[in-house]
Design a protein around this ligand. Sequence first.
Ligand SMILES: C[S@@+](CC[C@H](N)C(=O)[O-])C[C@H]1O[C@@H](n2cnc3c(N)ncnc32)[C@H](O)[C@@H]1O
Length: 196
Amino acid sequence: MIYDRIAKGYDKALAPFEKRFLSRWRRETLSFLPENARILEIGAGTGANFKFYPKQTRAVASEISIKMLRLARNKTNQIQLVQANAETLPFAANSFDAAFATLVFCSIPNPSNAFAELRRIVKPNGKIVLLEHVRPKGLSGYVFDFLNIFTVPLMEDHFNRQTAKLAENSGLKILEVKQKAFGIVNLIICENDKKS
Ligand SMILES: C[S@@+](CC[C@H](N)C(=O)[O-])C[C@H]1O[C@@H](n2cnc3c(N)ncnc32)[C@H](O)[C@@H]1O
């Protein structure tokens, strides 16, 4: 697992991006979550989102990499941390009011399994919010298809994921897709429409 190997340097590597735009995008992403609710984060990494969690949240942050999770532990003593694969979540059906992920769906081998799990554990009409780098529209999409040939074996990172489309195909209702960085990053706001 690449994130076990790079955990130690992760926060430092992201620091310049956090300063310029990433922290702002994180704050915006989490602003779509309800306050005073039970919320699940998947792929929480080193806990970069913890400081933006909504007020009075009863939150669980899950993460597959034990090394990332250990670093996350240094950033909170309020949020419950759980080692878990987003494709097989160890939570009961309808046990969360909302869920979110930032920069995670590019790494998950079978995203449709993770979407099915999110649909199962989030209550009907609950929000599912994602901040993800994606395959941009237009000609540059083909550049990302090419880069993907290298990023998957080298970094376990899918550079041409069409995450909003995958979310919709899983049965989630897409409320809005906000384009960032010329469409390379999407803020995807969904509702768990359990009827579909
Ligand atoms: C690019 S990092 C993002 C970390 C954090 N969300 C952030 O915004 O800084 C991707 C994270 O997804 C986690 N991840 C990858 N595959 C996963 C899976 N199947 N289930 C849960 N977490 C996963 C990785 O271990 C890593 O911590």
